[in-house]
Design a protein around this ligand. Structure first.
Ligand code: DC
Length: 228
């Protein structure tokens, strides 16, 4: 659908990524996973030995890595300086550090600029985007055609994250996923710059008791009639 812009925000593990990819596939839109960009930045900081607890050090170096996101919903991924890091950014070390890197204003400024230019590129290519993150409806794309705020109970989110981790690494614990989600939620919702919050004009969907297809259907039903 040409020019259509959909923003999907919500906490970690709410099913944003699967939902956003599914919606993008069904509607033929590009898919922009902004969390992958913050994770790629964090991966690079850790690789370089930058102290992620020192916001000034992170700010000073965040202009260096070249982060390129693949926005094809059937084959998403991310590279840093031409190295594909799509798997590495899911490591526990990155998950533990990413909220601290994402709280640095200079990091956000740089990545938001690149996110907006991906929208321009999609529109130039004759299509639109589904962009997912924490601040998409509130900060990155306040004029989006549709804003969704996707939530789920923390138990449901931890179970989903543990299952993903088990599929990826053969090990996955609900207790540790629960702890990681709670600490990330706390950091993401209380940071000073662009905290996770529902935009005033966003439609909230609680996915706790819904299947993936049901959530995708709910998003598509929320579109203006001429865009469905
Ligand atoms: O969606 P995710 O779990 O891959 O996101 C990783 C981290 O990046 C998460 O802790 C919050 C941060 N993030 C953010 O601050 N702003 C965004 N637009 C997307 C993600």
């Amino acid at each position: 659908m040409s020019g259509l812009i959909i923003a999907i925000d919500g906490p970690s593990g709410s099913g944003k990524s699967s939902t956003s990819r599914g919606v993008a596939r069904r509607l033929g839109l590009h898919y922009v996973d902004t969390g992958a960009m913050y994770r790629a930045m964090t991966w690079w900081m850790l690789e370089q030995g930058v102290d992620v607890d020192d916001p000034e050090a992170v700010a000073a170096r965040c202009g260096e890595p070249v982060i390129v996101l693949r926005d094809d919903p059937t084959d998403p991924g991310v590279s840093v300086d031409d190295q594909d890091v799509s798997a590495d950014i899911r490591d526990a070390a990155v998950a533990d550090a990413v909220s601290r890197v994402a709280a640095v204003p200079e990091v956000r400024e740089r990545l938001v600029r690149s996110q907006r230019s991906m929208v321009d590129a999609a529109i130039t290519a004759g299509t639109g985007v589904v962009m997912e993150g924490r601040d998409i409806g509130t900060v990155v794309l306040p004029g989006a055609d549709l804003k969704i705020y996707l939530t789920a109970d923390v138990e449901a989110r931890a179970a989903r994250r543990a299952l993903e981790e088990a599929e990826r690494s053969g090990r996955g614990s609900v207790a540790s996923a629960h702890a990681n989600l709670e600490s990330r939620d706390a950091l993401d919702t209380t940071r000073t710059v662009s905290p996770l919050q529902q935009a005033a004009d966003a439609i909230a969907i609680d996915g706790t008791h819904l299947s993936l297809d049901e959530v995708i259907d709910a998003v598509i039903r929320a579109l203006p009639p001429d865009a469905q």
